[in-house]
Design a protein. Structure first.
Lengths: 227, 248
């Protein structure tokens, strides 16, 4: 397996597999976040968040895999970028990249870095406090003042317009990353056949609907909380 | 038409090189790009200057020898043509045209616009062939039934002329369209299946060894390829490679 990861195609496969995993995670995260705008004052969102936050299979099984997937995708992305840059040491005086490829496809490293910056902010906002509460303070109740705390925490975070702005900007970058990444992952896995056209349409829809959905959720909470 | 040319001049592989401006006049729109370069070179020879070195051979778009990066694109702004088939009608009077060699670490510049593409030859030597018993008992290839689509796809892949436009256009200088085409042309045919496992492993290993970058599926290679080689070939190579890796 380590030999496979040294080959260019093996690395493409590994990037694609980690991308599929992250895209599946993103979909799951989106579905749960979507419940936070249900007209039930956050009851469904609280229950789902508590389940995800305390279920041992999720916490000790899925969470480490997710962390590995995120770290792997970023590290391998940087490794490939460095290798690719060294494959052309003298740049062109004039290069018309727009003539043959999309901006998204040529700038995956920059959209990826923007997403990485957002993930750091997101971890500081939500994940590190969660780890602190559960693993350091040992409080797995999920309660604050006798109520499940997740919905309230979410609303608090979206009070600050600067954070909402950063959130929306990051999801714009995520949309751009996915607009190339979704179909690129399938191509890397060797899927280029009669289903490709349909898959491309599905990929574009996924790349737009999910990030825009996240943005709408953030805006709904921001404006609901402000009033 | 009168044109200003910005051309990469480099004495030899060790020279640093630089862009130099030239003017050419009375260029006919019916000329090919290489004929325009011939006019420039005659002009340079007449004034006692060193002509611009550039690769060319058949001038019919089939040998894969010409290799210029024109106005930021391999083989220039036209589609599905090599530089020798690019016509001056694609440009207009007063234009400034930038002409550079194909750039890649694996394609070092030898002189001016001439690059060393023997890395492609080494990839071919690593597996781009079939071993045929020529003892006299060889089976007639026409006697082996092959689905029409497979034969067509193999033929499409085999039209790759190995010019290196894919590498030159790719932001990562990846050679995967070339190697994908070479792997596919054999993988799709029964004669090629016999050595399919070693072929894809050896060719990909040589490709990596030569210092080509990794494909990130921008699709630039497919657009700039003078023979319209499809990205489908890269997907096929990826599948072939992973199947070969699982076999061990």
């Amino acid at each position: 397996m380590s030999g496979l990861l040294k080959s260019s195609i093996g690395r493409k496969f590994a990037m694609a597999i980690s991308a599929f995993f992250l895209m599946f995670f993103l979909l799951q995260h989106f579905v749960i976040n979507l419940t936070s705008i249900f007209p039930d004052h956050g009851v469904t969102f609280n229950n789902l968040s508590h389940f995800m936050g305390t279920n041992p299979l999720i916490q000790y099984g899925m969470q480490p895999v997710l962390i590995f997937g995120v770290v792997f995708h970023f590290v391998m992305g940087f490794v490939l970028e460095i290798k690719n840059r060294s494959a052309r040491q003298v740049s062109y005086a004039q290069n018309n990249g727009a003539a043959n490829s999309t901006w998204m496809s040529r700038n995956m490293i920059w959209s990826g870095l923007a997403i990485l910056a957002f993930i750091v902010l997101h971890f500081i906002d939500f994940w590190f406090p969660e780890l602190n509460t559960k693993f350091i303070q040992g409080d797995w109740s999920g309660l604050h003042n006798g109520e499940l705390r997740y919905f309230h925490e979410l609303q608090e975070k979206f009070h600050n317009p600067a954070r909402v702005g950063a959130y929306i900007g990051a999801f714009a970058f995520l949309a751009m990353h996915l607009l190339h990444g979704f179909n690129s992952a399938f191509q890397s896995m060797g899927a280029n056949n009669k289903y490709t056209k349909g898959l491309k349409t599905f990929g574009k829809l996924y790349a737009i609907i999910i990030p825009v959905g996240f943005m709408i959720i953030a805006l709904v909470h921001h404006f609901n909380h402000s009033h | 038409m009168n044109l200003t040319l910005k051309i990469w001049r480099q004495k030899d592989a060790n020279d640093k090189g630089q862009m130099v401006d030239y003017n050419v006049t009375d260029i006919s729109e019916h000329m090919s790009f290489l004929e325009m370069m011939d006019v420039l070179n005659e002009q340079l020879i007449n004034t006692g200057d060193e002509p611009v070195a550039f690769d060319h051979d058949c001038r019919e778009g089939i040998c894969g020898m010409c290799s210029m990066y024109i106005n930021g694109e391999a083989h220039g702004p036209d589609r599905n043509v090599t530089t020798c088939q690019l016509h001056m009608r694609m440009f207009k009077d007063g234009d400034t045209i930038t002409i550079e060699p194909f750039r890649a670490t694996a394609f070092p510049v030898i002189k001016d616009l001439v690059v060393d593409r023997t890395s492609f030859e080494r990839i071919q030597q690593a597996g781009g062939f079939i071993s045929v018993n020529t003892s006299g008992n060889t089976q007639d290839g026409n006697a082996i039934p092959i689905p029409k689509k497979d034969a067509d796809d193999a033929m499409d892949a085999a039209t790759c002329i190995g010019c290196g436009a894919c590498v030159a256009s790719c932001k990562n200088s990846s050679a995967m369209l070339f190697v994908g085409a070479k792997v596919s042309q054999y993988a799709l045919l029964p004669q090629g299946r016999v050595e399919a496992t070693e072929r894809v492993q050896n060719m990909v290993a040589q490709m990596d060894l030569e210092g080509f970058g990794n494909c990130t599926n921008t699709g630039a290679c497919e657009i700039e390829c003078p023979k319209g080689i499809s990205l489908e070939n890269i997907a096929r190579m990826n599948t072939e490679f992973m199947k070969a890796s699982l076999k061990g």
